[in-house]
Design a protein around this ligand. Structure first.
Ligand SMILES: NC(=O)C1=CN([C@@H]2O[C@H](COP(=O)(O)OP(=O)(O)OC[C@H]3O[C@@H](n4cnc5c(N)ncnc54)[C@H](OP(=O)(O)O)[C@@H]3O)[C@@H](O)[C@H]2O)C=CC1
Ligand SMILES: O=C([O-])CC(=O)C(=O)O
Length: 259
């Protein structure tokens, strides 16, 4: 039996919980860590303010950047493997150093979720031979940019044409758009790094899904990957695929084969 602690109880966590329900004989969600602890339980799982000391096989962060420092770092230090959804947190050098140091101290690993993007396996393999260029374009409907730095570009609701709201490095994208540029950080950490990976973010009233496009070239040849992700019904910023990437990673831990 695998004992799992969730961090976060939002769009991703809810979908992961529901999708893992058929696997109750192989894994138990023993605790959920939330910032709001006014409810004692969530789906009958006890709510905690921090990861409980009880024995746990896996911690899954599905909360936000602050949770990486608050909860993932101590869990790693205690030797518990962790999955991270809020990959953009690692764009801050001090957070990445803390995660690396804690994993080393605890003799365990932090696994970055592929989340809303694919082709990371090819990108990471290509990086071994040498990458010359990686460019990521993230395009989402205006509603997905609400409550972010994109609002400095004027009324998002009034947009009638695609508007570039960011151009720069993956590091700066992740630091400026913590809820919308986890994919940029994940691509960068698989490939050319946070400072050399170029990013364009677009608020586009002409799309009704989250479009993620990677163009890469190097010693391996060229890669062009594009996904048109439907948003989570509970959070327009988040692609439904992100939760399913977590489910897949959990099931990998209890199945005989890993792809
Ligand atoms: N890697 C990727 O491709 C993707 C990553 N993400 C990231 O995954 C994370 C979760 O996304 P999503 O489920 O859509 O977000 P939601 O906003 O729907 O849910 C977040 C949940 O985490 C809780 N929470 C927030 N901060 C903390 C904290 N410091 N400690 C404990 N709990 C906290 C929230 O509040 P409460 O405690 O009140 O319940 C809420 O339950 C986000 O950081 C998002 O940016 C999203 C999409 C793709
Ligand atoms: O879910 C998505 O489409 C991607 C996302 O929010 C992110 O990169 O942070």
């Amino acid at each position: 039996m695998m004992h799992v602690t969730f961090i976060g109880a939002g769009a991703i966590a809810t979908e992961v919980f529901n999708r893992l329900a058929p696997y109750h004989n192989a894994l138990e969600i023993m605790a959920v860590v939330r910032s709001d602890t006014s409810s004692r339980t969530w789906h009958d799982v006890p709510v905690h303010a921090s990861v409980p000391d009880d024995y746990c096989d896996l911690v899954i962060e599905m909360a936000g950047e602050a949770a990486v420092t608050q909860h993932v770092v101590p869990a790693l230090r205690n030797g518990v493997p962790c999955f991270i959804c809020s990959v953009g947190a690692l764009a801050a050098p001090e957070v990445q150093a803390a995660v690396r140091g804690a994993a080393q101290q605890g003799g365990t690993t932090a696994q970055l979720m592929s989340g809303a993007i694919g082709s990371l396996d090819a990108l990471a393999a290509a990086a071994v031979g040498g990458l010359d260029r990686v460019h990521y374009t993230g395009r989402k409907p205006p509603a997905a940019w609400q409550g972010t730095a994109a609002e400095a570009h004027g009324s998002l609701q009034a947009l009638t044409y695609p508007t570039v709201i960011f151009e720069g490095s993956a590091r700066d994208a992740a630091l400026k758009y913590p809820q919308n540029a986890n994919v940029a950080a994940t691509i960068a950490l698989s490939g050319l790094g946070l400072d050399k990976t170029r990013v364009t973010l677009i608020a586009d009233p002409c799309v009704d899904c989250n479009v993620h496009h990677i163009e890469a070239s190097g010693a391996f040849g060229r890669l062009d990957f594009c996904s048109h992700n439907l948003a989570s019904p509970d959070n327009p910023k988040t692609s439904a695929l992100a939760a399913w990437s977590v489910v897949r990673a959990v099931l990998d831990r209890v199945s005989a084969f890993r792809s």
